[in-house]
Design a protein around this ligand. Structure first.
Ligand code: AMP
Length: 554
């Protein structure tokens, strides 16, 4: 048996040293000593996870539920809990601290297996009260150190200086396995636990993707321009539109089909028209692509798709008001043949050979040569009000979970707006103690009125943030604690990727990915943009944006 107390001791020792090789050595030692049936779970825990890959269970213990539990277990009042948060800013340390202050408390030995069972029971609870009761019971059995690690696991952050790569290295060291083979097994199975078991059994070479266990998505690296793209990819480049929908992996095997989001959640029930079409394919497949709202042969902007998100079983009315398509750009498996190591040009050939039926479609692909052609394609994409392009190396493999250099994304902000700051919030983490999060507004045409349109917190240098904090304190009109209303004096230029209607802000619009492009010392609040300009931009995107897709054949 391996105990949670042993895990906590190992975790603390790992946290104490800053040497990566020492962290790896300590963790490897723990893995070697771990009980036969507790190794997989321990590896997942050290990776910050609780359940195996592809397992759709979640603990569903949010901040509020956790605070309730903490109050019940520690008997501490609101003020002491708040004070503990100020001291530590970490759920684990707050929990450990509060419990260590209790006298005459006894605890029981908790094994990794016990913890696994308790987490399963919490995930299976049907209502919040049942969930918090089960967590309370678990923490009541735990020592302060054990409770500290339980809280860390629940919040998904161990904060002991371990990245997944170090856990993989430790598995290699523990069982004398090639680190690259461990890494590959994690990439294919998505599961540190399974990789640890395979490494111990000397069977890492048998690691393979499984149906209905989503692989992590391959990611793209941003580049500034066509020259840089050619330097990285070579002269022959494959170009696709950068679609603005939701990333989705489609698995179809036998009589079943499932869809997984980028964060590996099963979203199948939200898009029944896609899973149904997938069942008509003539082969089992694992596809990578994007779900898009699609009407009258055109891709709709992201906000159209938003009405479909989170609806478990959309009714016929919603499905016909917002039809969707699945645009595939890659195929990772066909029947039981794993294709991820095959070159992209071969995978694309296999994808085309599938003859996907509507509403499945293929990404529109153009094969170009040299920077000038990429530039031309980028200008075309911009003329279609498209956010940008994906550039891919035709000979490259598919690398799950990696932001490699074989896929590049070329995008520039769609536009910028000059706005005025009307409020500010204190920042978190590195930005603690400065007013780094600003709320900004545009002018209502022909009036002195301002209408808020968004918030931003990135783009300024630390020095500018410090300078702005001093100014914001000076021009504060009302201090609401975490938020201050300020006189409209500071003009910023905000870059963004799209404008969409939104009830969140007074203007009736919101910006996608707003970031501060510049502090416009040279402009006064009289010079800022107006609501009608925002409306024009939103209408242009709504009515004129075009993203190209290739509709299927059969
Ligand atoms: P970003 O979200 O800006 O990091 O861009 C990466 C995302 O672009 C991916 O996660 C995909 O969801 C999306 N994407 C859009 N079009 C493509 C494409 N043709 N190939 C790959 N990814 C794409």
């Amino acid at each position: 048996m391996t105990t949670l107390a042993e895990l906590a001791r190992a975790g603390d020792a790992i946290a104490t040293t800053s040497s990566k090789s020492e962290k790896v050595r300590l963790l490897a030692q723990f893995f070697v000593a771990a009980a036969e049936d507790e190794l997989a779970q321990a590896a997942r825990y050290f990776g910050g996870g609780v359940f195996p890959a592809g397992d759709q269970r979640t603990l569903q213990v949010g901040g509020a539920a956790f605070s309730t539990v903490l109050r019940a277990v520690s008997g501490a009042d609101e003020a002491s809990i708040r004070a503990a948060w100020r001291r530590h800013s970490d759920a684990g340390d707050v929990t450990g601290d509060l419990l260590s202050r209790l006298e005459g408390r006894s605890s029981e030995t908790i094994s990794i297996r016990d913890l696994d069972r308790a987490f399963a029971e919490i995930a299976d609870a049907r209502v919040t009260r049942e969930r918090t009761a089960r967590l309370t019971a678990l923490l009541e059995r735990a020592s302060p150190d054990e409770a500290r690690y339980i809280a860390k696991l629940i919040t998904g952050e161990l904060r002991i200086g371990l990245r997944e790569g170090l856990v993989e290295e430790a598995i290699g060291v523990a069982f004398g396995a090639d680190p690259a083979a461990v890494s590959r097994a994690v990439m294919l199975t998505g599961d540190l636990g399974e990789a640890a078991l395979l490494a111990r059994a000397g069977r890492l070479d048998t690691a393979a993707p499984r149906w209905f266990v989503p692989l992590r998505s391959m990611l793209a690296t941003p580049v500034a321009g066509a020259e840089e793209a050619v330097a990285r990819l070579g002269e022959d480049v494959w170009v696709e539109d950068k679609y603005d929908g939701i990333r989705c992996q489609l698995h179809r095997s036998g009589g079943e089909a499932a869809l997984y989001s980028r964060d590996l959640k099963n979203i199948s029930t939200q898009f029944p028209e896609i899973t149904t079409a997938a069942l008509d394919l003539h082969a089992d497949v694992m596809l990578d692509g994007e779900i898009l709202a699609f009407h009258d042969g055109r891709v709709m902007p992201f906000h159209a798709l938003q009405t479909r998100l989170g609806r478990a079983a959309p009714g016929a009315a919603v499905m016909s008001a917002v039809p969707v398509i699945y645009v595939a750009w890659d195929v990772l498996m066909v029947d039981d043949e794993v294709l991820i190591d095959r070159p992209l040009h071969e995978r694309r050939g296999r994808l085309e050979a599938l003859g996907v039926p509507h509403p499945l479609a293929l990404a529109h692909l153009e094969r170009v040569r040299g920077a000038a052609e990429i530039d031309r394609r980028f200008e075309d994409a911009r003329a279609r009000l498209n956010e940008g392009l994906l550039l891919k190396q035709p000979d490259s493999p598919y690398t799950p979970g990696r932001r490699g250099l074989n896929w590049l994304k070329l995008k520039r902000p769609l536009d910028t707006l000059d706005v005025v700051v009307v409020g500010a919030e204190w920042g978190h983490g590195k930005r603690r103690g400065v007013l780094s999060d600003v709320t900004f507004a545009v002018r209502v045409d022909g009036t002195d009125q301002l209408a808020t349109i968004g918030k931003a917190y990135t783009g300024l240098t630390d020095a500018e943030i410090a300078e702005m904090t001093t100014l914001l304190l000076d021009i504060t009109v009302a201090d609401h604690g975490h938020y201050r209303t300020v006189q409209p004096r500071i003009v910023l230029e905000i870059a963004f990727d799209a404008v969409q209607s939104s009830a969140r802000h007074k203007s009736g619009f919101a910006l996608r990915f707003p970031r501060i492009a510049r502090w416009r010392h040279d402009k006064s609040p009289a010079d800022i943009d107006t609501l009608s300009r925002v409306r024009d931009l939103a209408n242009a995107i709504e009515n004129e944006r075009v993203q190209l897709v290739d509709q299927g054949g059969s």
